[in-house]
Design a protein around this ligand. Structure first.
Ligand code: ATP
Ligand code: MG
Ligand code: MG
Ligand code: MG
Length: 448
């Protein structure tokens, strides 16, 4: 059965929808994306770093989730779903229960069992793996899910960008050998570039700290933004490199794809090497701020060894499985995309994640001819498979225009009495601002 969302365009009449737009953002919203998400009624804060996703916010979140899902699947990862609540004992096995510190929300159930709201899932997935996988023949394996996490951040801020409860995609790879693990790592590296590109973002893989494990097998994926929390340094060439592309053969050797990028300097503050950076031509030096939207990591046997996740090799030995983990900040991306895509009038959604493709504005609700033209247009657009938000509200034109600009749908089609008389509608592109009058039959082709 295919998972088609029951998101029937028929019901996207603004008069019946729930889009609580407001003129002002609360004073404590410090950055554009946070302000815009509150003003457009995408989220509502319920507590420090905890949000309700209102209908339009959820729509965008779901689109991002779907892009991530498609690109994970394309790279050969298999989707599942792990719980948010975990047993403390599992984390004692890996030794992380005490190490994780105050960021972990610890809970006790009625039987006084210690539990926690998962900040990440390495222990849990390792437990699943060891229960079922015993042989090298079942490898390689990459399992992922998209699930809410909780981290009791010291300073939750910037809205969903640094929440305490947030949605993460986390994938976990299992391989027999270190070389196989590198192959799995490269697949995720390429899948990430494609996924972020599809969202309209240029995410730069930057060398990241591998902590006590060492090695060069960790990259953070960073989008540049003045409001980013990390200072980042990279070669300008990385900003112009196209992604590997959706036709990439994930079973081929991806080393060249990865090296095409890792040959250039790119590091976050913690990994920054002044001398190496100084060695690249001055005009290529980019020193900026960035947002971490993804992080991939190979950690070998860090969990499989203490948790005894072993597999049998071809010659009968039992060896701990080689693992990696791969995170994407799905809910952070909603803010990240808005940071990258907005102007003074509001959000400017990339088509791929826009909550609706077209906003249809009825300029004179109650005018028979105008209403009929809008109903026809609404039906024709939805029949053509487009997601349409139909502004059928009884408000002044100025307010309608401003709201449509604010929520930033890629296209607007405006139908008013004068146009109906002349047989034309107005089509506006949100990004370029270009406005043109044309017959509806032409408009539908233009926005398709
Ligand atoms: P940060 O450096 O921003 O605290 P992290 O390095 O602790 O993030 P990871 O453990 O690498 O985060 O988690 C994978 C991804 O989850 C991150 O790359 C980020 O996009 C997202 N993420 C982490 N913490 C948060 C948070 N508090 N709110 C929203 N997204 C988050
Ligand atoms: Mg963190
Ligand atoms: Mg980080
Ligand atoms: Mg990280």
């Amino acid at each position: 059965m295919s998972a088609k969302f029951i998101d029937n365009g028929e019901f996207m009449r603004l008069s019946k929808y729930f889009l609580p737009v407001s003129k002002e953002a609360p004073a404590d919203a410090a950055i554009a994306s946070h302000k815009l998400m509150l003003r457009t009624g995408m989220v509502r804060q319920n507590g420090a770093g905890i949000y309700t996703w209102l209908p339009m916010g959820l729509k965008v979140l779901t689109r991002i989730e779907q892009i991530v899902r498609e690109e994970m699947n394309r790279a050969g990862a298999v989707e599942m779903l792990m719980p948010t609540l975990q047993q403390a004992d599992l984390w004692r096995e890996s030794g992380r229960y005490d190490d994780y510190g105050k960021e972990m929300l610890r809970i006790t159930d009625r039987h006084d069992r210690e539990m926690l709201y998962g900040p990440t899932n390495e222990e849990l997935i390792t437990d699943v793996f060891r229960a079922y996988v015993k042989s090298y023949k079942q490898l390689p394996l990459n399992l992922y899910h998209q699930q809410w996490k909780f981290r009791d951040e010291v300073r939750p801020r910037f809205g969903v960008m640094r929440g305490r409860e947030f949605l993460m995609k986390d994938a976990y790879s299992f391989d027999l050998t270190e070389e196989d693990a590198r192959v799995s790592y490269r697949k995720m590296f390429c899948a990430y570039l494609n996924a972020f590109d599809r969202m309209g973002l240029t995410a730069i893989p930057m060398r990241a700290d591998t902590g006590p494990i060492g090695g060069d097998m960790s990259h953070e994926f960073i989008i540049l933004a003045d409001t980013g929390e990390s200072a980042v340094f990279c070669d300008k060439a990385l900003l112009d490199l196209p992604p590997p592309g959706l036709d990439l053969d994930f079973d081929s050797d991806l080393n060249a794809e990865v090296e095409k990028r890792t040959q250039y300097y790119a590091a976050t503050e913690e990994m920054h090497d002044e001398a190496a950076f100084a060695a690249i031509p001055a005009e290529s030096q980019v020193s900026a701020r960035g947002i971490e939207v993804g992080h991939i990591f190979n950690f070998g046997t860090k969990y499989s060894l203490p948790m005894n996740a072993v597999v049998q090799t071809a010659d009968g030995q039992m060896v701990p499985v080689q693992m990696g983990s791969y995170g994407i900040g799905v809910s952070r991306l909603v803010g990240g995309i808005i940071e990258a895509c907005h102007d003074e009038n509001g959000i400017v959604w990339p088509e791929s994640v826009a909550p609706w493709h077209v906003g249809l504005i009825n300029m004179r609700v109650g005018d028979e001819a105008c209403d009929a033209a809008c109903e026809d247009a609404y039906k024709a657009l939805t029949d053509a498979g487009m997601d349409v938000l139909y502004d059928d509200t009884d408000e002044r034109a100025g307010g309608k225009f401003a709201r449509m600009e604010l929520i930033g749908l890629p296209w607007q089609i405006v139908i008013g009495p004068r146009g109906v008389e002349n047989g034309v509608v107005e089509v506006k592109n949100r990004k370029t601002g270009e406005k043109t009058e044309m017959p509806f039959a032409e408009a539908i082709r233009k926005v398709a």
